[in-house]
Design a protein. Structure first.
Length: 248
């Protein structure tokens, strides 16, 4: 598969992911939204379905949409991301660049959808919360550990399910995302994806949002570093060598 096609697949998938994912948070939080106050489970299910749509849109490249998944596949010992897409420095950078850019564009589109509601909203923390994650209790070590654990669950499931005959595909990933959000998302808002957090955080920083406040760059490294560690650990533990356990 040409690199341009790899890029376009992951870019489109991640754009849809963030448009719908950031959109459900905006629906829940922003002033005068018809869905304002929908609650935590609305966000969990919205993100789950956003992943479902994004993975399908990027089916040609495996629908990673997440550098932690991409790096987890590499750590697993695989030689291809998908049949016809060998794991090389060029393909890896293409995946990751497309994911970050897609996340940025998806967040911008979500902002455009809710432009009037952003203009009416006055809570700076909630405005940022529609773009990026933040901790309920700020502690760099524990927040990072939370992101490691959540991402470890996600990438482990992705790797294990790929070696089974379940056939759940994108629907299975969506269910896992809902489960992670409902069970493990409370402490940090469960970024579990460096692109999902950093791309929209940059969008928040550059968009002309009235009274938006800062982008909390002091925390920005946590939802990048934590998911990368969690994804790589999952790859090392549930890699191709371990798949035989689940195929017995």
């Amino acid at each position: 598969m040409p690199l341009a096609q790899v890029f376009l697949s992951e870019f489109i998938g991640t754009t849809f992911l963030l448009l719908l994912g950031a959109g459900v948070v905006a629906t829940n939080l922003l002033k005068h939204s018809k869905g304002q106050g929908g609650g935590w489970l609305l966000i969990n299910f919205g993100w789950g379905f956003a992943v479902f749509v994004g993975v399908y849109m990027a089916y040609k490249t495996g629908g990673h949409l997440n550098p932690a998944v991409t790096l987890g596949v590499i750590a697993s010992g695989a030689t291809e991301f998908m049949p016809g897409i060998p794991i090389t420095a060029a393909t890896t950078l293409t995946y990751i660049a497309a994911q970050f850019l897609g996340a940025f564009v998806g967040a911008v589109l979500a902002w455009a959808t809710f432009k009037q509601h952003y203009d009416a909203h006055e809570d700076q923390a909630e405005i940022l919360g529609t773009f990026a994650t933040g901790p309920a209790i700020r502690n760099a070590f524990w927040n990072t550990l939370t992101e490691i654990i959540g991402t470890f669950v996600l990438v482990s499931w992705v790797l294990v399910s790929a070696g089974t005959k379940s056939g759940l595909g994108p629907l299975g990933v969506a269910i896992v995302i809902v489960a992670i959000g409902a069970s493990l998302g409370g402490p940090t808002g469960y970024a579990i994806n460096p692109a999902r957090d950093l791309g929209p955080r940059i969008a928040h920083a550059v968009l002309p949002i009235k009274g938006k406040g800062g982008s909390d760059w002091g925390y920005a490294w946590v939802p990048v570093v934590g998911p990368i560690i969690g994804g790589v650990l999952a790859g090392l533990i549930f890699g191709s060598g371990a798949m035989n356990i689940f195929q017995m």
